[in-house]
Design a protein around this ligand. Structure first.
Ligand SMILES: CC(C)(COP(=O)(O)OP(=O)(O)OC[C@H]1O[C@@H](n2cnc3c(N)ncnc32)[C@H](O)[C@@H]1OP(=O)(O)O)[C@@H](O)C(=O)NCCC(=O)NCCS
Length: 199
């Protein structure tokens, strides 16, 4: 089952159907819509708990945190999905519940936490570390040896130069280039990136 029935779920449904190895039982979400791309959307109060194998179809870290807490009672077994058109090095480590989209690249000995979303064409290189619940949006990337804390987002096309370390809960804006280490809870814009505190 897919947890989440919004944009990220649409992308994931396409990948799962194309892959052919999965049967989507239903999608779990609180939205008013009852179907998404031909699949039933079930509200949590109506869900019978029948399927425990779940993929977290949520794009942004804050929403992942909220949804994981909200649905803890269902005791889902979080599965990972690695699209066959991505590249994941045999030396890479992935935590539970990760989504690796087509054409994403996790090379070298990258270490990826739990519930990380690596979107199409995003990637990370050797010696890099990605914390739990991060999202690397399309075409974003970490240079070799860079590290990001938990719950960070790299916006579309954002990059970290090699060896950069950023804290927890950081939002790197689309197309930004991070050239210096960043503390916790900042938004970084532009090239070279400048920061402002996140509220
Ligand atoms: C960083 C971000 C979260 C800021 O969102 P926000 O808080 O809603 O900010 P706003 O859109 O109100 O913009 C605030 C200011 O920052 C500027 N800004 C927004 N995004 C920017 C970016 N990526 N680079 C540079 N400046 C940016 C805006 O022009 C605006 O400037 P102004 O105050 O002079 O008018 C968002 O712009 C972003 O980059 N998100 C990533 C989204 C993404 O990559 N999605 C991928 C979908 S596939």
């Amino acid at each position: 089952m897919l947890v989440g029935a919004r944009g990220q779920a649409k992308d994931l449904i396409g990948c799962l159907e194309d892959d052919g190895r999965f049967r989507i039982v239903c999608l779990l979400d609180e939205i008013a819509e009852t179907r998404l791309l031909g699949h039933a959307v079930v509200r949590p109060e109506a869900y019978d708990g029948g399927c425990r194998d779940a993929l977290l179809a949520i794009g942004l870290p804050e929403a992942k945190v909220k949804v994981l807490a909200q649905y803890e009672r269902f005791a889902f077994r979080w599965q990972s999905f690695v699209d066959r058109r991505s590249f994941v090095s045999p030396h890479a480590e992935l935590g539970e519940g990760c989504i690796v989209a087509p054409f994403a690249t996790l090379s070298g000995d990258v270490r990826v936490g739990a519930h990380v979303y690596v979107a199409a064409y995003a990637g990370a290189g050797h010696d890099s570390v990605i914390g739990d619940l991060c999202s690397l949006l399309p075409y974003s990337g970490l240079g070799g040896g860079s590290r990001i804390g938990a719950r960070c987002t790299l916006g579309a096309g954002a990059h970290l130069l090699p060896g950069i370390t950023i804290g927890n809960d950081v939002m790197v804006a689309g197309s930004a280039t991070v050239t210096r280490d960043l503390p916790d809870r900042v938004t970084a814009f532009g090239t070279p990136a400048r920061t402002m505190a996140r509220v």
